[in-house]
Structures are given as structure tokens and as C-alpha cells.
Design a protein around this ligand. Structure first.
Ligand code: SAM
Ligand code: SF4
Length: 375
């Protein structure tokens, strides 16, 4: 049942494989009277101070990078000869918590901790505890490469973390070394099993899909996830790493879905689909679990983007691909007032452009690579 190819308004993936959306130049400001109904107002702001951009998108989701360090060197993410930030550059946990205390009353209620590798930072359960106590924060997630997870899964769970994404591109040790430029597959698997034992549910497995590199991994990973009660999430390879990116290196969402349906079981879009989530979610019709696809290249989700990012060195970015960022570390270190920091956040969100331009000749790759932004 290839239902993701049907042309239905309710089918989140109906246009997979179709032409990609083209965005107007990010350098052109939207008209003042812009009335594009880009975001369905399904989550109206509960208060006047909600973080809304000039396209009407409401922002409730904050990604916090806690370090740019990593124990892997994934080719799609960072260069091998990377120079990491000085530790003194990193926001302290107290500074991160202060930022969140200011952002929460503006409507931020969902946080994802990331990096670099977030578990390279000591005492992460303490940060989870600090953030979980902030009024208004209802959801804290973590994205990790899993290498250190076996040692920390239980403490993170006990601290209040419930949502975890573990990155795993392949089940083949050679391929793992090729992609991550380091060994570690066994430790990632141990980390996944430890997360299960600790009680995390669901556990999502992120895999970057690259033509000719991880293409062959789609079906083994799909089967692995079904066997262990995990949710696979395939992410189209984006131009945000150190390597030269080309469109033909992306293994596209519709190709992934075709492989899974051919080799495993038919998929249909889930009924409880969240239109603001980046992943299009499908379920196997035989009851064998779910698959998410993040089709950032073939089906950009900028029109419903609700995310802002705080880098490990305290820069606020309104888009993964933003070329500008605002320094909030200095404000935090100078103990600036809540109103001033809130104003900086609001202005940063308001200045957000309509969408990334990966699919246009205008695309400009940010200077920071993924590990230094926070994925
Ligand atoms: N180190 C952690 C990890 O790997 O899960 C967290 C940080 S990592 C930057 C977050 C996510 O970004 C990972 O799932 C990774 O696979 C993904 N990612 C990194 N570079 C990417 C790229 N060029 N295209 C698509 N996804 C990418
Ligand atoms: Fe490290 Fe994650 Fe980047 Fe891989 S994707 S190099 S694990 S930060």
C-alpha cells in the first residue's frame, strides 16, 4: 500500500518525490502587510509575548548545544582537524538555565539538548534537573551519538529526561568507521540497550541518508529498529558539514520509503501526525512500529518551523542555516535584566527568514558546521 504517493490533503508526505519548494530570497524583507497563512494557527499563543516571526510562525522549541566537542568525527558533520572552542567560551549550566528562565515565559516549552556530543559534557543529569524545574518547560529531549550513553542513561532518566534520540547510521562496523572516522558501533548498541533498560520510550534512532554510503543501511536499520522496539528516523543529508555537499549525494525520502516498503512492510502516514514536527511519521501496516523521515532537502519544513537554537558559546540562531547570530553570552555574563534578554530573543525570532535556500542557487552555507551549531 504505497499511500505516501497518493495526493491527499491529509497525507503529510503526499508530495514526496515532487518538485521542491523554492523560497524567495532571504535578503528580501517580507511586505509589512504579509498575510501568508504559512503556519496553521493550531497552537495560538497563550499570551501576548509569544515568540512570533514576521511570517506568523510561533516558536516554542529551543535546541541547546552544550558543547562542540565530540568523540566521533562524522564526515557529514565536522572536519577531522577540528579546533574546538575553549572551555571558558561555553555557557555554564547556570547561564543556560538563566536563558531558559527568560525564554520560557515567551512561550518556549520544549527543549532539546545537543552538541557536539552532549554527553562529553560532565554532569548532564544536573543540567536536566535544573531545566526540568523551570516553570513552563514541559518537554526535555537529548540527541546523542550513544557512545557514552551506557554509563549515563539511568542517571539521565532519573533526572527527568524522557525523550532520547540516538544517532546510528549503520550496523556495519567498517561502514561506521568510514562515516564516523572512529570506531564505536558496539558502544552505541550498548547505549541503546541501556536506554531501553532505563525506561526511555520511545527511543528514536537518527540515521543520515547519503547516496552510496548509507543507502544500503536503510533496510538493516529498519529491521533492527522493529526488532528492538525503536523508531527509525532517516534524515536527508544536508549541506551543513565540512565536506563538499552535492544534491546527488542525498538519498531522498521517497527512495528510503520505497526501500522499506519493498523489503519490510507497507507504510502509511500516522493518524496523530504533528504538522509542526520536522519528521513525517509513518507506521507499518503490520503493526511493526513507526518510521520518521526528515526530508529537509526534498520537502523542507521551514513553513512550520518553530525552532531557535542556542550554541554552546552562547549565540542565538533563528535557523540552522542562519548566517547571522546574536551573542547572548555577554548579556548573561553581565547579568543583564530579563527584559533586555527577552527583547533580544524576540527580535532574533522576528528577523527569521522565510526558509533555507538549499534548493536554490542563492544558498550560502553557514561558516559554522553542524557540530558547532547543534543539530
Ligand atoms: N552528537 C550527537 C549525535 O550525533 O546525535 C548530537 C549532535 S548531532 C550534530 C545531531 C544530529 O545531526 C545527528 O543525528 C546527526 O546525524 C545529524 N547531522 C549532523 N550533520 C548532518 C548533516 N550534514 N545532514 C543531516 N543530519 C546531520
Ligand atoms: Fe559528533 Fe554527532 Fe557530529 Fe557525529 S553527528 S561528529 S557524533 S556531533
Amino acid at each position: 500500500m504505497m499511500s505516501y504517493k497518493q495526493n491527499s490533503m491529509n497525507d503529510p508526505a503526499a508530495s514526496l518525490g515532487g518538485p521542491v519548494g523554492a523560497y524567495p530570497s532571504k535578503h528580501v524583507a517580507p511586505p509589512a502587510s504579509h498575510s501568508l497563512p504559512i503556519v496553521p494557527q493550531i497552537f495560538p499563543p497563550s499570551h501576548e509575548s509569544a515568540l512570533i516571526d514576521s511570517f506568523g510562525r510561533i516558536h516554542n522549541n529551543l535546541r541547546i548545544s552544550v558543547t562542540d566537542r565530540c568523540n566521533l568525527r562524522c564526515t557529514y558533520c565536522m572536519p577531522e582537524d577540528v579546533v574546538f572552542m575553549d572551555r571558558g567560551e561555553l555557557l555554564t549550566f547556570e547561564e543556560i538555565a538563566r536563558f531558559v528562565e527568560v525564554a520560557a515565559p515567551l512561550g518556549i516549552d520544549k527543549i532539546r539538548l545537543t552538541g557536539g556530543e552532549p554527553l562529553m559534557r560532565r554532569e548532564m543529569p544536573r543540567l536536566v534537573c535544573m531545566l526540568a524545574r523551570i516553570p513552563g518547560i514541559r518537554d526535555i529531549g537529548l540527541t546523542t551519538n550513544g557512545l557514552l550513553l551506557a554509563d549515563h542513561a539511568q542517571a539521565l532518566y532519573d533526572a527527568g529526561l524522557r525523550r532520547i534520540n540516538i544517532s546510528l547510521d549503520t550496523l556495519n562496523p567498517e561502514r561506521f568507521r568510514q562515516v564516523a572516522r572512529r570506531d564505536g558501533l558496539d558502544r552505541v548498541i550498548e547505549g541503546i540497550l541501556a536506554a531501553k533498560r532505563a525506561g526511555f520510550e520511545p527511543i528514536k534512532i537518527n540515521a543520515v541518508s547519503m547516496r552510496g554510503i548509507t543507502e544500503e543501511e536503510v533496510v538493516p536499520l529498519g529491521r533492527f529498529a522493529r526488532t528492538h522496539g525503536l523508531e527509525m528516523r532517516f534524515i536527508e543529508y544536508m549541506p551543513i558539514g565540512a565536506d563538499h555537499w552535492e544534491r546527488n549525494k542525498v538519498y531522498f525520502a521517497h527512495e528510503i520509503l520505497e526501500q522499506l516498503e519493498k523489503e519490510i512492510a507497507p507504510l502509511v502516514p500516522v493518524e496523530d501526525y504533528d504538522p509542526r514536527a520536522p519528521a513525517m511519521e509513518f507506521r507499518y501496516t503490520d503493526g511493526g512500529g513507526r518510521v520518521g523521515i526528515i526530508a529537509s532537502v526534498s520537502r523542507p519544513f521551514c513553513a512550520s518551523c518553530n525552532r531557535v537554537r542556542l550554541t554552546a558559546d552562547g549565540k542565538l540562531r533563528n535557523c540552522l542555516f542562519a548566517l547571522d547570530e546574536v551573542d547572548v553570552k555577554q548579556l548573561l555574563r553581565e547579568h543583564a535584566g530579563t527584559a533586555l534578554i527577552a527583547d533580544v530573543i524576540r527580535k532574533n525570532v522576528m528577523a527569521k527568514w522565510e526558509g533555507h535556500e538549499i534548493n536554490t542557487a542563492r544558498f550560502i552555507k553557514p561558516i559554522r558546521t553542524m557540530h558547532a551549531i547543534g543539530g
